[in-house]
Structure formats: C-alpha cells, structure tokens
Design a protein around this ligand. Structure first.
Ligand code: ADP
Length: 249
C-alpha cells in the first residue's frame, strides 16, 4: 500500500535517511523500530510531506505522492498523527476533533463558518462524527475537558481520534504508547487492532517492544538511516543484527 524507494534525506551534509526502502502492506499493522537517531521520524516526515526527499520516491496506493504538499497527502487517505499542539491544549477534546475536517474544508468554509446554512449542516455532520469517534475511543466523559488537562494516555487517544476524523485508509502513528500507563496502553492497542479489522493500515514508530510484539504483523528495523532488516516481531526480536544495533555491541 505504501512504498518508499531509496529515500535519501541529508541535513547539512549528514545523511539522516540513507537509501531507505520500505514496503507497508495494506490492512496490516507494521512497526518501525530502531535506536534513537536511526531516522524513523525523518522517514515519517518524508512520507507525510513534512519534509521533501533529496532523492527517492514515495508511492501510496499505486500513486506517487512525494511531490505533494502535506494536506494533499491527507486527502489521498494517508494521515500522520502529531502531538496535540500547545494552542489546541486550550480547546476542548471535542473541539480538537472538530477542527480536523474544518481545516480540511479550507479557508472558504472558515470565512463563512457561522453565516452559511450549508456550513451549519456541515458542522452538524462533523459534530456527529466527532461524537462517534469519542464513543469509539471511550473519551465521551472528557468531551468538554480542555485537551491540556487530559492524561498522557488520553492525549494519545485524542491524537488517534484526530486521525480518525479524516477517515484515512492508512495512519502513521508516532509512539502511541510513549508515557502511557499500562491500562490505557491496552486500550490503545485494542483500538488499533479494531481499526485494522475494519480495514485500516498502520505504520507505527514505537519503542515499547511489548506493544510491538503484541500488535504488529510485521516489523521494519532502521539503523543509521538505513533499512536494516524486517520480519515478524519474533524474527526481529531474535535477530543478532538488531541486538547489535540497539546495544551497540
Ligand atoms: P529517530 O526518529 O529514529 O530517533 P530522527 O529521524 O529523529 O531519528 O533523526 C535522525 C538523525 O537526523 C539524527 O541524527 C538527528 O539528529 C538528525 N536530524 C533530524 N532532523 C534534523 C534536522 N531538522 N536538522 C538536522 N539534523 C536532523
């Protein structure tokens, strides 16, 4: 579904991503792991249009997307999660969700947001979708809570919720378990699996090996900007090169 071919990205002559190719199958959960500085975040940014490639290609659903701006990539059905930005922490949980499609509808809608009947109808639709997403993620009880007051795990669920608002085919998830307590981590894992069963595709950066082992169908390991190896979680965990990359032995 997603193919990265020989991606290269340099920062001031330093190769953060070095001829890296990956292949992410549809309707599966794929993990992207590797030591700090391996190039995972840079690769995510190259895929989602936050950064441009020096050389290489990115293909999504048989279409080349590496020349497209980030918002067009979202329109193609590929969404990358981000930490809730500071400004949005001052808004409620439901407002955070409702802003996603509103942004996507573009400036025209914003200009006439409270004027036009059609826009009101659109707003009702967006609100209904936001309520549905809150229900799915079991966040309804914090719907009017400011996002800044949510726990780390609830914020991670909200990030996932923001992704769901645009109903993407594929979600790039950035460390869904980072700083999350075990109970909420279980919930996040369950949600990812449920969404996969509904047909969504995931690529996730994650340091928590328990989560990787638990939910991933396939794991890709990066090191020094390169694709090191890939396999099932079990294959990867037992691989000598992976242990060397992590432990530096
Ligand atoms: P990971 O997500 O695997 O920890 P990153 O993609 O964040 O790795 O970083 C890969 C390398 O690229 C690191 O050495 C990092 O310092 C460097 N790097 C990332 N972004 C930039 C940038 N904007 N400018 C300079 N160097 C960067």
């Amino acid at each position: 579904m997603l193919k990265v071919k020989e991606a290269v990205k340099e920062f001031n002559g330093f190769r953060a991503v070095n001829r890296c190719s990956i292949d992410v199958p549809a309707n599966k959960i794929t993990g992207l792991i590797g030591p700090n500085g391996a190039g995972k975040t840079t690769l995510f940014n190259l895929i989602s249009g936050g950064l441009t490639l020096d050389t290489g290609e990115v293909w999504f659903n048989q279409e080349r997307i590496d020349q497209l701006p980030a918002h067009k990539i979202v329109h193609k059905g590929l969404y990358r999660t981000f930490q809730i930005p500071r400004a949005l922490e001052k808004m409620t949980t439901i407002e955070n969700l409702m802003l996603v499609p509103a942004n996507q509808l573009g400036e025209k809608i914003w200009n006439s947001w409270f004027r036009n009947k059609q826009v009101k109808a659109e707003e009702q639709k967006i609100k209904a979708r936001a309520e549905e997403v809150l229900g799915f993620l079991e966040l309804t009880h914090v719907k009017y809570e400011l996002a800044g007051n949510l726990s780390v795990g609830q914020k991670k669920l909200l990030e996932l919720g923001r992704a769901l608002m645009s109903d993407p085919d594929m979600i790039l998830l950035d460390e869904p378990a980072a700083g999350v307590n075990p109970t909420l981590m279980k919930k996040i894992a369950e949600n990812i699996r449920k969404l996969q069963q509904q047909g969504k595709t995931f690529l996730l950066i994650e340091h928590n090996m328990d989560l990787i082992m638990d939910i991933c169908d396939k794991v890709i390991v990066m090191n020094n900007g390169e694709h090191l190896i890939e396999g099932t979680p079990q294959e990867v965990r037992n691989n000598k090169e992976v242990l060397e990359a992590y432990l530096g032995v």
